[in-house]
Design a protein around this ligand. Structure first.
Ligand SMILES: [Fe+2]
Length: 384
């Protein structure tokens, strides 16, 4: 687990003390630190410390920099079931607070965020306030994020590549997954391979991201991770009038790879509403394609995207512009439950839900996964 925090004082060591009892820190780990400038803004000292090895499904108590407040978090379990909370386009408004409270009111193991975090949009102090806003939540569970357009913060000539604050503050395990960029990476957690793609990194054929994705998909062992989930920011399928077509170039470049690898689900943000599609490949319903879900209704300052294409495309199963979040509960190798929860309702109320079967457990789709050209290495255990 990587612990990241910011200190005002430069003498604070990049050290995390931790243990399984409150106030007793049997272990400690030292990591790295960075800082950045953005025009006249200078960040604090940004620390990233990886701790472990850790036991699964265990609560750890920890403190940062050798002093101060104690935090605690719980590691994910070692076996199914596992529950992911999903929410995009979070921002830092009253709606954001409501969404976070709603998420926190019901247990989860890992939070997945498909981009648009702080909406700082070059106002760097808003990255600091966003950190303070999410700290009570992000200090308790793994928060795994990918970037949205609001993380770019490019400026001609001075900051042409962008993502300065995002890459400094939200350091994800990209090197561990063979990626050369913090904008795309992957990780495994309890039978699930999760691929975080970068809607704002080059995705064209033979780009760094494209080749990394091909390689990452080829390495998936379905006997270890029967479920494969992909997270992007700009949706590839979207019947809302907002951001129409913005994910289209990436879809054209990468959809075939995901389809051939039997990706189960693709989550996106960007559009400030909820929408669930059926299984799709190349614009048509396809029983072996991923289910596409837009979950960009976290609660940012821009408000909801209320207008939709009419009539509703037959591939769009459920769509609604309300703030909320989603839950993906993977029960076992073959079945998972997806639900969408509006902020306006109690947690017990499910506004949309579906049971899913993993493609690797579907005889006809599994055949296709096995036959794809880049996954032909024999694996005696790979019988799912
Ligand atoms: Fe966005």
């Amino acid at each position: 687990m990587k612990v990241s925090w910011v200190s005002d004082e430069s003498h604070v060591p990049s050290r995390v003390d931790y243990g399984t009892s409150t106030g007793k820190y049997e272990s400690s780990a030292t990591g790295e630190h960075t800082s950045y400038h953005y025009f006249f803004y200078s960040s604090g000292k940004i620390h990233h410390v990886t701790i472990g090895p850790l036991h699964p499904a265990t609560t750890y108590y920890y403190r940062c920099g050798g002093y101060g407040q104690e935090f605690s978090f719980r590691t994910p379990p070692a076996t199914f079931p596992i529950e992911f909370a999903l929410v995009g386009d979070l921002g830092q408004t009253g709606w954001t607070t409501t969404t976070l409270e709603h998420i926190n009111a019901s247990n989860y193991d890992v939070l997945l965020l498909p981009g648009d975090l702080s909406y700082a949009d070059t106002q760097q102090l808003l990255w600091d306030s966003f950190g303070r806003l999410v700290e009570p939540h992000a200090s308790r569970r793994p928060w795994m994020v990918t970037q949205g357009n609001h993380e770019q913060e490019t400026f001609p000539i001075i900051y042409p590549n962008g993502f300065k604050a995002y890459n400094s503050r939200w350091l994800m395990p990209y090197e561990e997954s063979g990626s050369k960029s913090n904008l795309y990476y992957s990780f495994d957690v309890v039978g699930t391979h999760i691929i975080m793609l970068g809607s704002y990194a080059d995705f064209r054929a033979n780009s760094g991201q494209f080749n990394w994705l091909a390689n990452d998909l080829a390495k998936i062992d379905r006997s270890q991770t029967p479920w494969v989930v992909v997270i992007i920011h700009a949706p590839w399928y979207n019947s809302n009038l907002a951001h129409q077509g913005e994910g289209e170039n990436m879809r054209v470049a990468m959809e075939e790879m995901l389809y051939n690898s039997g990706v189960d689900l693709v989550f996106a943000g960007h559009v400030h509403a909820y929408e669930r599609f059926t299984r799709i490949y190349n614009n048509n319903a396809d029983p072996c394609g991923p289910i596409y879900i837009t979950i960009g209704d976290g609660g940012n300052k821009e408000g909801l995207a209320m207008r939709y294409k009419e009539p509703k495309p037959s591939t769009s199963i459920f769509r609604e512009a309300s703030f909320g979040h989603g839950r993906l509960r993977i029960v076992n190798n073959t079945h998972a439950h997806w639900s969408w929860h509006r902020n306006n309702d109690s947690n017990a109320v499910v506004s949309d839900e579906i049971w899913l079967q993993s493609l690797s457990s579907s005889p006809s789709c599994n055949l296709k996964i096995q036959q794809k050209p880049h996954l032909t290495q024999p694996n005696a255990n790979d019988e799912l």
